[in-house]
Design a protein around this ligand. Structure first.
Ligand code: ATP
Length: 217
C-alpha cells in the first residue's frame, strides 16, 4: 500500500535519521517507537509529504507519492499533531464538512457511530472547538480521521489527552480499521494503544557510538 525506500528524514545540517525502508501492507499496523527526540514525528511528517526528504522516496500503490494530488488525498488520512480549526464552525460542522468532502455515505450515522465509539457524547458536537476540553477536541480530530475512507492512516501520538478508557476504545477502532484493510503507521509512547499480536514495531534506537538505527520487532 505504502512503500518507503531509502528515505532520509531530517533537517539540512541538523538532525537526520538513517535511511529507512518500510513496506506498509494493507491491513497492517506498524508502530514507530523510540525515546523523546528519536525522530518519530520527523519521519511521519516526511512520509506524509509535509517535510521534504533529504533522500529517498515514498510510493503509494507502487506509484511515486504526490501528497498534494487527488490519489493521496483520497487514500491517506493523517493526524500529525495538527490542531487546526475553521473559525465559526462547530465541532459537528467540521465533521460534516469532512464527511461531505469524502462522500461518506450516511454521514450523520457515521459521525454518531465514531463519536460514540470514542466515548464523545454527540451533544458536544454542537459546541465550538474552543469550548471543548483538550481530550474532547482530540476525539473530534480522531473522528475526522476515522469517519472518512482511507487506505492508509498516519498518526502521531493519537492517544494524546485521552483517558485510559478512551485509549482502549481507540485501540479497538484502529484494530477494526486494520481488519477491514487499512494500513496504519503510528507513533506512540503508550503500550496500551497497541495490540502486540497484530502490530509490528519499528524501534528507533541509539547505538553505543551515538548513531541512530532502526530495529524491527
Ligand atoms: N524544525 C526543526 N528544525 C531542526 N531540528 C528539529 C526541528 N524539529 C525537530 N527537530 C529535531 O529533530 C529531532 C527529532 O524530533 P522529533 O520531534 O521527530 O522526535 P520524536 O521522536 O517525535 O519525539 P517525541 O517523542 O518527544 O515526540 C530532535 O532532536 C529535534 O530537536
Amino acid at each position: 500500500m505504502l512503500t518507503v525506500t531509502g528515505l532520509v528524514a531530517g533537517y539540512p545540517a541538523g538532525f537526520a535519521l538513517p535511511p529507512v525502508h518500510l513496506d506498509l501492507a494493507a491491513g497492517s499496523i506498524v508502530r514507530l517507537a523510540g525515546a523523546n527526540g528519536a525522530g518519530k514525528s520527523t519521519l511521519l511528517q516526511t512520509i506524509a509529504g509535509r517535510q521534504a526528504p533529504l533522500a529517498g522516496r515514498v510510493l503509494l500503490g507502487g506509484e511515486p507519492a504526490e501528497p498534494t494530488g487527488p490519489v493521496w488525498k483520497r487514500q491517506v488520512a493523517a493526524l500529525l499533531g495538527d490542531d487546526a480549526w475553521l473559525t465559526g464552525l462547530t465541532a459537528g460542522e467540521h465533521l460534516r464538512l469532512l464527511a461531505c468532502a469524502h462522500r461518506v455515505p450516511a454521514p450523520e450515522a457515521a459521525i454518531t457511530a465514531v463519536c460514540r465509539a470514542l466515548h464523545l457524547p454527540v451533544r458536544f458536537l454542537e459546541d465550538y472547538p474552543e469550548a471543548l476540553s483538550s481530550g474532547q477536541r482530540r476525539k473530534v480530530l480522531l473522528s475526522a480521521v476515522l469517519i472518512r475512507p482511507a487506505g492508509v492512516l498516519l498518526l502521531d501520538e493519537p492517544e494524546q489527552n485521552l483517558d485510559a478508557t478512551s485509549v482502549q476504545a481507540l485501540r479497538g477502532l484502529l484494530t477494526d480499521r486494520a481488519q477491514s484493510g487499512t494500513a496504519i503507521l503510528l507513533a506512540t509512547h503508550d503500550d496500551a494503544l497497541i495490540d502486540p499480536e497484530r502490530t509490528t514495531t519499528v524501534q528507533i534506537c541509539e547505538h553505543l557510538d551515538g548513531t541512530l538505527g532502526f530495529d524491527a520487532a
